[in-house]
Design a protein around this ligand. Structure first.
Ligand SMILES: [Zn+2]
Length: 480
């Protein structure tokens, strides 16, 4: 039997934007449709609140912060993609996130690795059109082009060509848009769809800066019953400089955010139609998730700064198996993104590595009684004031650990920077409003010690850069 897997990761996608997780506005019709024949994980937890910490965990099935730094991807750890490739399955990855490029080792294991960010930076033509588009924008012609491009009469190929020529959306955004990612995917699939394959697509549309098309923006504003009273571009300009935003901008930021989901969903739907036309949709395993969510002032900030609240950690996770054994099932067991590597290997019939911290979810999907998932999910990052460690800095000394341990009903967060604990009762307080940590309350201290017991051995194991250098110096063999 043929094995085909497509892993779709949508940067910054909150789970509460999909129908299956309670969204009433149909802003992701294609994903909502897919979820009707899929396994839905109600409590999927990301192991980090930002791209580098989360993807490291996803690709290696380890929570990296527990064993050292999380960027770049360690040479010593094989990713699940490398294992798939060793098993002679064709692999392709397409993305435009600078944290997921060759510099950080994310190309490993892919037969074809398309980094649209690099392509974007290198292309002279792109720069030329950027300038041209800038001029067109000055003349307010973009609005016309937007309208023209969103016309349903134009087919996808033509739209792609026009967009390549004019770069309408990309004038603002540093990332490749969903249209470009899906076009690349189709180019690759055209040559490989008959084989066993693993295809990873990472979408950046929902990541700031949020610059939706005018049509989508208007559509979403309608679904919010929001009356627009300024020109479209002025709403976009508001969100380009995050520092000027405050909670009063929540309605507009939500509309911009949702309109980007609508855009991304459209092209994901286009990909699904392609798979149907090639008659491989039914047989293809499709996994949808995001690396982390996005805060919308739940805890007085927006974006994905180093915090470990659920608006950042609870991600959508939808798995469509081949339709012959597909079911619509809602799974409430808490699972983590480190579970994806063993799950995907399981789909191909490849055993997981011993060192993996994650567990294959296939037995859970099949309703096996002996399924045993760890009770606790661990998420972590390094922070310095309000910034997350991103890997370009060599020295970790100034960066403090921020770590959370979450069971289905409790979450304990420890900030090394503030030397402070926060404890939330997720059953009574799912929005994590009330920190009930109290070092005088015995019951709370018992809960804390139960939670912290799990991470304590790892906390001691934090390797600093200095120790690493010392370790490698000690390992040098001197030959005479
Ligand atoms: Zn991200």
């Amino acid at each position: 039997m043929q094995k085909k897997v497509i892993l779709i990761t949508i940067d910054c996608l909150r789970s509460d934007r999909l129908e299956i997780y309670g969204c009433k506005r149909n802003i992701a019709p294609n994903l909502n449709k897919l979820s009707k024949n899929s396994i839905i994980f109600n409590t999927a937890i990301s192991n980090g609140p930002n791209t580098p910490s989360s993807f490291y965990a996803m690709f290696t099935s380890e929570v990296p912060t527990l064993k050292g730094r999380y960027a770049p991807l360690s040479d010593r750890l094989e990713t699940f993609i490398e294992i798939i490739k060793k098993n002679k399955i064709k692999t392709c990855g397409i993305h435009s996130n600078p944290h997921l490029g060759k510099y950080f080792n994310y190309h490993r294991g892919f037969d074809k690795f398309v980094d649209l960010m690099i392509r974007k930076e290198e292309s002279f033509k792109r720069r030329f059109f950027k300038k041209l588009n800038f001029l067109l924008n000055k003349l307010k012609i973009t609005i016309f082009i937007d309208k023209f491009l969103s016309s349903e009469v134009l087919n996808f190929k033509f739209k792609t060509k026009v967009n390549t020529l004019l770069k309408t959306k990309e004038f603002f955004s540093p990332y490749a848009d969903a249209k470009a990612i899906v076009s690349e995917a189709i180019n690759w699939l055209n040559k490989n769809y008959r084989s066993n394959f693993f295809l990873w697509l990472h979408f950046m549309d929902v990541h700031g800066p949020l610059i939706p098309t005018k049509t989508n923006f208007k559509k979403v504003a309608k679904s919010y019953n929001y009356k627009l009273n300024k020109p479209f571009l002025s709403y976009i300009k508001t969100n380009l400089d995050e520092r000027n935003l405050s909670k009063k901008d929540l309605p507009i930021v939500s509309i911009l955010y949702d309109a980007e989901i609508l855009y991304c969903d459209y092209y994901i739907g286009f990909l699904f139609n392609y798979l149907k036309n090639k008659k491989i949709y039914n047989d293809t395993n499709i996994i949808i998730t995001s690396d982390h969510g996005e805060a919308l002032w739940e805890h007085n900030f927006t974006g994905h700064y180093p915090y470990l609240y659920d608006e950042l950690l609870r991600v959508p996770l939808i798995i469509k198996l081949p339709l012959s054994n597909s079911l619509n099932k809602l799974i409430n067991t808490q699972v983590e993104l480190i579970d994806l590597a063993p799950t995907i290997l399981d789909i191909y019939g490849i055993p997981k590595l011993k060192r993996f911290m994650g567990t294959s979810l296939i037995p859970l999907i099949n309703g096996k009684d002996n399924f045993n998932h760890p009770e606790f999910a661990i998420s972590a990052t390094y922070k310095n004031k309000n910034r997350s460690f991103h890997g370009l800095i060599k020295n970790l000394d100034d960066w403090k650990l921020l770590i959370s341990i979450r069971s289905k009903f409790w979450k304990l967060i420890f900030s090394e920077q503030r030397n402070k604990f926060e404890l939330f009762n997720l059953k009574k307080d799912p929005k994590e409003r009330k920190n009930i940590y109290d070092n005088k309350n015995e019951l709370i201290l018992t809960i804390k010690s139960k939670l912290i017991k799990k991470i304590k051995p790892f906390l001691k194991r934090r390797i600093t850069e200095k120790e690493k250098i010392k370790e490698s110096i000690e390992n040098i063999e001197i030959k005479f």
